[in-house]
Design a protein around this ligand. Structure first.
Ligand SMILES: Cc1ncc(COP(=O)(O)O)c(C=O)c1O
Length: 361
């Protein structure tokens, strides 16, 4: 029987791991593994003694990136990012000189890297400011990272129940005071059950399982919000990560992104524009577009056709200053991950064309 096909949505574990690993690995070389990106940030705050200090974060970022700094009593500063997900070199030099933050964190959005600018800033300020590169979007690129610490959330790239990686300067070595590991097991169980349900409803297109799956998946995610300490990464999740690294996911993502990019009609630009040239991104996480129509309507239009386009990111309540909210209001991501191939991307292109045609009417 043909699988009922969705594009996008959470990755289910497939196959469900029956051989659970009990071999906890907390460190390989200068990389340390934690339960989440948040936990990696928290560990980095502890290592660098950043608690209570002035930290500079991009105005466009994820709530869970800001939250550990806020909890550590840091003074939060936000530097501007334009609607093309770029920082401006002069603005950043002035910002760093004037504000002199203790730490500055930056993203390479969707794998598209501003290498020259970060190199310049690194050369100019590396002795005064602690640079942190959040590589969640760019981990699989081959660019240089100009930072004292780099870190990432590992769950975004595949069926990985949890994970956060922190790379420390190679001469450093640390022992972390890890919290109780029980939450990891409970979360994995939740994720396994959610995956079983998802695979079942994908087979049968049954909405009852879909609702239950959503609940369980949400529950497995909600553990991260409750964690206030540094947890290690569950060994089964680390095994899944290593299996991912062996798989052909890089080429598939790249290919899917290029299919959308090649098919993007200039006429479609009246309602939405791809932010990056797909050929300039090493391994893309998503295909981000900036919409010129009501985002909710576009998202619902796709969802009614079983395409789930995530919003990255909703604006955090921890951002108290006023800035340019174009990205928070108009950015949407099309899924291009390794679960999909050419026929799925062609289906997505037809749906985008249908969206375009119904706008004309
Ligand atoms: C760029 C980026 N860094 C870090 C995080 C935090 O990761 P986690 O959800 O694993 O705590 C996120 C979360 O979405 C993120 O998008």
């Amino acid at each position: 029987m043909e699988l009922f096909k969705e594009i996008g949505g959470n990755f289910p574990l497939d196959p469900i791991p029956d051989q659970r690993s009990n071999h906890w690995v907390e460190q390989v070389g200068s990389s340390y593994f934690f339960s989440s990106g948040r936990a990696a940030i928290l560990a980095m705050i502890q290592l660098s003694n950043a608690a209570g200090k002035k930290v500079a974060l991009p105005y466009f970022t994820c709530h869970s990136v800001i939250e550990p700094f806020d909890r550590a009593g840091c003074e939060l500063l936000f530097y501007p990012v334009n609607p093309h997900l770029r920082v401006d070199e002069m603005t950043m030099i002035e910002f760093c000189s004037k504000e002199q933050p203790f730490l500055l964190l930056y993203h390479d959005y969707f794998g598209n890297v501003q290498e020259e600018i970060w190199k310049e800033l690194w050369v100019a300020f590396q002795d005064q400011i602690l640079f942190v590169n959040d590589q969640t979007h760019s981990f699989f690129g081959d660019n240089e990272s100009y930072a004292h610490f780099s870190l990432m959330s590992m769950r975004k790239w595949g069926a990985i129940s949890e994970g956060g990686m922190l790379r420390v300067p190679s001469k450093m070595s640390f022992g972390f005071d890890y919290a109780n590991r029980l939450a990891s097991d409970v979360r994995l169980e939740c994720y396994v059950q959610a995956s079983e349900l998802k695979l079942e409803y994908l087979n049968n297109d049954q909405s009852k399982e879909k609702e239950l799956f959503r609940k369980l998946f949400y529950q497995s995610e909600s553990f991260f919000d409750q964690e206030q300490e540094v947890y290690p990464m569950h060994p089964t999740a680390l095994t899944a990560w290593r299996q991912l690294l062996d798989a052909d996911f890089r080429q598939r993502r790249k290919r899917n992104s290029l299919i959308l990019s090649d098919a993007w009609s200039v006429e479609w630009n009246i309602w939405g524009e791809p932010i990056f040239d797909a050929s300039s991104t090493a391994v893309p996480l998503y295909f981000p577009i900036l919409l010129k129509v009501e985002r909710k309507l576009f998202q619902i239009f796709l969802a009614e056709r079983n395409v789930y386009a995530p919003i990255i990111w909703p604006k955090s309540s921890l951002i108290s200053i006023k800035g340019d909210d174009v990205l928070y209001n108009q950015l949407i991501c099309l899924p291009i991950d390794q679960r999909y191939g050419e026929s799925d991307m062609n289906r997505l292109v037809c749906i985008l064309d249908e969206f375009h045609n119904q706008l004309d009417r």
